[in-house]
Design a protein around this ligand. Structure first.
Ligand code: OXD
Ligand code: MN
Length: 618
């Protein structure tokens, strides 16, 4: 090993040597030389090593203890509160273009630039070397990941969110078939926050199976295994024959029916993904990233890549998210980020409890009544404040979470955030029509990404931010994935955000009813109305489900408002989608669905001579 023993001790060297992997050795050597840390610590799966990251995060002030046992808080800087799309680039050879909205950079140029910034970036700091397994251990789904970071908070977060991969690296038998992630928070200010955010770079090097991410701390940018590994895995999946999706996985258990049906769901960030996976009475396998493969029996199977949740804390309260709320209020290992802290207690927006008039947040001392430069009130915590915890802390965790064979997926949901176009739930006419529906998802932007909120964007399969292959290739792979299945999952779309006169047309808990309806449809239990955009529920089924699931009277008036087919809006949406795919290209069957959907909408418009058609008239 070619690293000075005063930096990498004998004991740490032995931990690396035990893996028998020259590629790992080489990477540690290379980045020790470039980043120049004054100490390198190798973290295995031992209890002691896992505990070490947490201890150092506290010692170095990246986290602080809260009053409740096991709880800590971490603050990212004011300009580091969401995913940085602008500075996240996919490195490609000169002249290569992906899709219009995929941000690329010329590989050689970007590598030279980032290596320059990395030079000496860890001077005076400790570098942590950790090993993870993306997916359950010993599974054909799973991938190995090596993380080098100078942030103990990142290492600690990853210990919570991902399965240890030290044993899995031994199983690699010296191969280079793993992803690796180099992270540095860069120079820190007196609050321990990244100083040089202007030099934030997040470079995804597909050719090198690596990501270089520097001058950031927000986990969506810094935690290599999350949204950064997602991109590398999308590339791998698309080159092979599986899917890598921005999806939750959950078990749906309709009362009294004695069965469990697994669903996977893709929702843009901040659009109800975790809260769907956490609907009371069901089980959660995962809330963010799933790998899907065709099983030997011709069904789709899927695993959760992660073992924890990096969840949005805003609006987690006793009414809307009772299980998570309870978990956040009781002792266990938990990291809160970007909340307000007063007397060692964390507070957040929409928590449904009285909050203090002052405290400490990501920007420093906060007081009620503060206003920003534009005269707007400064919120007590960031809208993208988060919690980090293990799924095993939840009473509703699915027992199959670590099953190396995954869970069989019978339903797929594509969610969006749209205030005026799509009904709360609809089912596709076929698998390829479902792919078309997923590929046409539009959503209004939220606080999870830096930039303006509420802007309508096209977000196919909620995965647009993470695509590293041309959109047309990605869509094509979805179509062919379905063609390889003997039993294709049923495909649905949901929209929890329909509004009238500025008010939401649905309550937050209504999603449970849509879910139970979808589950019933998988088992051919409900008949449905065929509309120009797919199947929608019948009033009598929803009325019964609202009563059974929520003890709520569902009025005919609500049904008509929610499920009317908004012809003009839907046609406008088709025009927007068509314009995108004419530029991007798409498989023939996609264009066919677009054409047919438009002609069905136009026929209905002619027949009813209305902008909006009541479901009762269909
Ligand atoms: C997330 C995101 O954190 O999508 O899951 O932003
Ligand atoms: Mn996500």
């Amino acid at each position: 090993m070619n690293v000075d023993p005063s930096i990498l001790s004998k004991e740490n060297t032995e931990k690396l040597k035990a893996l028998n992997n020259p590629h790992v050795m080489h990477i540690v050597e290379e980045y020790a030389k470039i980043c120049k840390p004054n100490k390198i610590t190798v973290l295995t799966d031992s209890k002691q090593d896992v505990e070490y990251a947490r201890t150092i995060a506290l010692e170095k002030g990246e986290e602080a203890k809260l009053k409740m046992a096991g709880h800590t808080v971490h603050f990212d800087g004011p300009k580091d509160q969401g995913r940085d799309k602008e500075n996240t680039k996919i490195l490609v050879p000169k002249g290569v273009k992906l899709s219009k909205s995929i941000n690329t950079g010329e590989r050689e140029e970007c590598l030279t630039e980032v290596m320059g910034i990395l030079d000496g970036i860890m001077k005076g700091k400790e570098m942590f070397v950790s090993f993870f397994c993306l997916g359950p251990e010993n599974s054909k789904f799973s991938l190995c990941a090596l993380q080098l970071t100078d942030s103990a908070y990142v290492a600690h977060s990853e210990n919570i969110l991902y399965r240890s991969g030290y044993r899995e690296f031994k199983r690699l038998k010296g191969s280079d078939k793993f992803f690796y992630f180099i992270h540095s928070a860069g120079e820190l200010n007196e609050r321990g926050q990244t100083k040089n955010v202007d030099k934030r770079r997040i470079y995804i090097d597909l050719e090198g199976n690596r990501v270089l991410t520097i001058n950031n701390q927000y986990a969506g940018n810094s935690v290599g295994l999350k949204k950064l590994a997602l991109r590398l895995a999308i590339k791998k999946a698309n080159n092979e024959d599986w899917l890598c999706e921005h999806m939750f996985l959950m078990g749906v258990l309709p009362k009294g029916k004695g069965r469990k049906t697994y669903f996977a769901g893709a929702f843009p960030s901040g659009c109800g993904k975790t809260s769907t996976a956490m609907i009371p009475g069901q089980t959660i396998v995962g809330d963010d990233i799933a790998y899907l493969r065709v099983g030997d029996d011709g069904r789709a199977y899927s695993v959760n890549v992660e073992q924890g949740i990096f969840g949005i804390i805003e609006n987690v309260n006793a009414d809307d998210d009772p299980l998570i709320f309870e978990t956040l209020k009781t002792p266990r290992e938990l990291i809160f980020s970007n909340v307000l802290v007063k007397d060692g207690v964390p507070y957040w927006l929409g928590m449904g409890e009285e909050t203090p008039k002052e405290g400490l947040n990501y920007a420093g001392e906060w007081k009620a009544g503060m206003i920003d430069a534009k005269g707007k009130p400064v919120l007590l915590a960031h809208k993208n404040a988060r919690y980090t915890m293990r799924l095993s802390e939840l009473p509703n965790v699915d027992p199959e979470l670590h099953n190396p064979n995954g869970v069989p997926v019978d339903g797929i949901i594509y969610g969006g955030r749209d205030s005026d176009t799509s009904p709360p739930v609809a089912q596709s006419l076929s698998w390829s029509h479902g792919v078309f529906m997923g590929a046409a998802v539009e959503s209004e932007t939220t606080a999870q990404v830096l930039g303006a909120e509420g802007v309508r964007t096209h977000d196919p399969m909620a995965n647009m931010d993470f695509l590293v292959v041309p959109l047309a290739t990605y869509i094509e792979n979805h179509i062919s994935f379905g063609e390889r299945l003997d039993k294709t999952p049923k495909v649905f779309t949901t929209n929890y955000f329909l509004k009238k006169d500025g008010k939401f047309l649905n309550g937050k808990l209504d999603k449970k009813v849509w879910l139970l309806w979808m589950e019933g449809r998988v088992h051919n239990e409900y008949s449905a109305l065929e509309t120009p955009i797919g199947y929608i529920p019948k009033y009598e089924d929803l009325k019964k489900l609202f009563k059974e699931a929520l003890n709520k009277e569902y009025s005919m008036e609500s049904y008509i408002q929610q499920f009317s087919i908004r012809i003009t809006k839907l046609l406008q949406k088709l025009d927007r989608i068509e314009a995108i795919y004419l530029e991007e290209g798409a498989p023939e069957v996609f264009h066919e669905h677009l054409k047919q959907q438009r002609s069905r909408l136009l026929d209905a418009q002619k027949k009813h001579n209305k902008e909006e058609i009541s479901p009762l008239d269909l």
